[in-house]
Design a protein. Structure first.
Length: 79
């Protein structure tokens, strides 16, 4: 990739309550079938792990899917 789009990084705004923002961003418009999954809205910003944890939480919370057997029920996935 070439600049200016070769990389990115994310930070929470000072004073932001990330534990409140992350769940809200997974389904930001309650009346729309719109879901956001990505590391930018996770505790693992900039890592694939962050995107995967948000996707898993979205599947569990909004689609009622059970956690996969291979993923420990005690695994921390963030807020």
């Amino acid at each position: 990739m070439r600049d200016p789009y070769g990389a990115a990084y994310h930070f929470w705004r000072v004073g932001a309550k990330s534990w409140e923002v992350m769940p809200r961003m997974r389904h930001p418009l309650p009346d729309a079938d719109l879901y956001v999954c990505g590391s930018a809205w996770s505790t693992g910003q900039g890592w694939v792990y962050g995107a995967l944890t948000q996707a898993e939480l979205m599947l569990e919370e909004h689609f009622g899917l059970p956690r996969p057997a291979w993923l420990s029920p005690t695994a921390y996935l963030g807020a």
